[in-house]
Design a protein around this ligand. Structure first.
Ligand code: ADP
Length: 627
């Protein structure tokens, strides 16, 4: 018989399993039971939708058999079964998603890998040195046996099996100093594990239990009887009454089902009856899934119709801005046969989606008002998604989301909401001021920031690239406009000061004209400013596109390129002004050199690159060496 090799990826995963340092080996049982349950789901679904398949829900079962003598644990199901091709395909290769992982081989990470992918069938190799899978596909004649001792490969042969379905026979490893594998041959241990991990499985999980009963007609003589008993309650967790389930059970359910190794931040459980009836069990994760901010991430809730899974990721049930939410919706109002296309227009689905959205929003609002720290933790992970939510669709959802977003505040030194900002605004303050930059520290050092901070005005620091776009879509909060402190219309001076500045600029028109010629199209204008306190120069922008937006848009992989209209502003009170005036009168060539340097400084402060670093470096040397 020819031994076949596992595909390369599978081999690595197997290796990981066999030599696993993952301490939670017991989860293999959950994985095998879950596969059995999925296989029954498939057949049950067919029985509901295909008239040719006549089966009763009551006929389905999962059975666990323990054989101490042969050291085997067998899990049998009467689900859809597999033929030889399917055995080959399903057990010879691991799920596609696994391929992502092995770019970086690191055994210490196996806990995360197992956590994130729930590697399923292969996890049995954590406790086993030999696995046999005997399977017969429903509706087919022949049965096959798949056999493997791990990384060396596997064989598939025809065999005998009466019933359709699958038996997975796990031969347990010998006990060693680290692990007592024999415990998986103990009925009570297995019972405990089934209750812990698989209680909600819809089909009965049966096991033989020995009972010592009094011998008939005798008062002290016992005989052993074997009874088949069902271990699990079979009630899905989301259908159980909230009072009957403790947080730990919900948490474990979440972690097992959605492959997270951290507890969820929030659990939302609701039962709705009326126009549309459903049970919802939703979770807000406490960390982003590894692929959350990639295009591979697919949002959605699991959709069940009366306990039967009809779709694993129903995206229609979740708005994009809440795409991080995981969970389950079970409703009798959606038909089993519903297709993706029909789903989109389904009235029941859209009613549920609307309710789900409100429920999540309320939960977040509660979190924000009642446990600030937790909300900040949440916001640091998923806040970007909410800000995208405001920006997307030209702001159709801005009212839902505007009170959920936060920015770092220059005065509070922490994240604050827009409502909080407005409530603290000074009496004559009419606008909401913000500044953009890569990090809070860098923004704090911007020359423009200093003078405004001095006036005691709170500034919101925008550090994520979506931030300014979101504010532009919002336009205002509580009728207060948002203003970038690097834009021309900051308008903080008194009328008198404005006049004075205007005159000063007018008086030096000629000098600015020479300076402007030096910089050509690089700037739209050069002028004095009062917005700076100690710093000599800054770069500001005029019009719709800010400097930060220019950076963001131009970094995107599209053809769309924009340029902010920039202005080089010079602090009218800085000693450099005297120098410039002196050069204007005595040495215009030197004035040009100074202009170039000042402009480069302003760009560097804004985090923009300079086109001619060598020239600038040489100019600086020339000036400091006085030659
Ligand atoms: P996953 O369950 O995540 O797809 P597994 O490695 O656990 O990954 O299983 C691989 C595939 O093998 C399953 O998708 C399923 O098609 C098949 N399979 C596993 N166990 C059974 C079973 N008891 N009955 C029928 N098919 C099964």
């Amino acid at each position: 018989m020819k031994k076949k090799q596992f595909k390369a990826e599978s081999k690595k995963l197997l290796d990981l399993m066999i030599n696993s340092i993952y301490s939670n080996k017991e989860i293999f049982l959950r994985e095998l039971i879950s596969n059995a349950s999925d296989a029954i789901d498939k057949l049950y679904y067919r029985s509901l939708t295909d008239r040719k398949v006549k089966l009763d829900k009551e006929d389905f079962f999962i059975k666990i058999d323990l054989d101490k003598e042969n050291r085997t644990l067998t899990i049998t199901d009467n689900g859809c079964g597999m033929n030889n091709l399917e055995l080959e395909e399903n057990l010879g290769t691991i799920a596609q998603s696994g391929t992502l992982l092995f770019r970086e081989e690191n055994k210490k990470k196996d806990m995360e890998i197992i956590g994130q992918f729930g590697v399923g069938f292969y996890s049995a190799f954590m406790v086993s040195d030999k696995i046999k899978v005997i399977s017969k596909k429903y509706g087919e004649e022949k049965a096959y046996i798949w056999e493997s001792e791990g990384a060396s490969g596997y064989t598939i042969e025809e065999c005998q099996k009466e019933q359709y379905g699958t038996s997975v026979i796990v031969h347990l490893k010998n006990d060693d100093e680290n692990e007592e594998y024999s415990k998986y041959l103990d009925t009570f241990t297995i019972e405990g594990l089934v209750k812990k991990y698989s209680d909600y499985i819809k089909y009965p999980i049966k096991i033989d239990i020995e009972h010592k009963d009094l011998k008939e007609g005798s008062k002290d003589e016992y005989e052993t009887h074997i009874h088949e008993e069902t271990i699990n309650s079979m009630i899905p967790l989301w259908k159980k009454d909230k009072k009957e389930v403790n947080d730990e059970e919900y948490e474990r359910f979440y972690m097992d089902k959605f492959y997270d190794y951290e507890k969820p931040l929030r659990i939302i459980n609701s039962k709705v009856e009326g126009q549309c009836s459903y049970n919802a069990l939703l979770f807000i994760p406490s960390k982003a899934p590894f692929d959350f901010y990639t295009k591979d991430y697919e949002k959605g809730l699991e959709l069940y119709s009366n306990g039967v899974l009809i779709m694993e990721k129903c995206g229609e049930l979740l708005p994009d801005y809440f795409s991080f939410v995981k969970g389950i919706i079970d409703t009798p109002d959606v038909s089993l046969n519903i297709s993706r296309e029909i789903l989109q227009q389904n009235r029941q689905v859209s009613i549920i989606a609307k309710n789900v959205e409100t429920k999540i929003r309320k939960e977040l609002e509660n979190m924000l008002s009642e446990s600030r720290e937790e909300y900040e933790k949440f916001f640091k992970i998923f806040g970007m998604q909410l800000k995208f939510g405001i920006y997307n669709g030209y702001g159709v959802n801005k009212d839902t989301l505007k009170d959920l977003i936060m920015f770092y505040s220059s005065t509070e030194k922490k994240l604050v909401t827009l409502k909080e900002y407005v409530s603290r605004m000074k009496e004559n303050q009419e606008k909401i001021y913000y500044a953009c930059g890569e990090t809070v520290d860098k923004i704090d050092l911007l020359p423009q920031v200093e003078a405004i901070k001095d006036k005691g005005i709170e500034i919101l620091y925008l550090t994520e690239y979506v931030d300014e776009f979101a504010l532009q879509v919002l336009m205002e909060y509580d009728k207060k406009q948002f203003v970038n402190i690097s834009s021309e219309n900051i308008d903080l001076e008194t009328e008198e000061e404005k006049e004075e500045l205007k005159k000063n600029n007018e008086d030096n028109k000629e000098m600015f004209s020479i300076m402007k010629d030096t910089l050509k199209d690089q700037v739209k204008d050069i002028r004095f400013t009062k917005r700076l306190k100690n710093h000599p120069v800054c770069l500001t922008s005029e019009g719709q596109v800010s400097i930060e937006m220019e950076k963001v848009i131009n970094a995107m992989p599209t053809d769309e390129k924009v340029k902010a209209d920039t202005i080089l502003e010079i602090n009218e009170k800085h000693p450099i002004v005297d120098k410039l005036k002196e050069l204007y009168n005595n040495d215009k060539d030197e004035l040009k050199k100074y202009t170039k340097i000042l402009y480069s400084q302003a760009r560097l402060i804004e985090g923009l690159p300079i086109d001619n670093p060598t020239e600038i470096s040489n100019l600086i040397c020339e000036i400091i060496s006085g030659k």
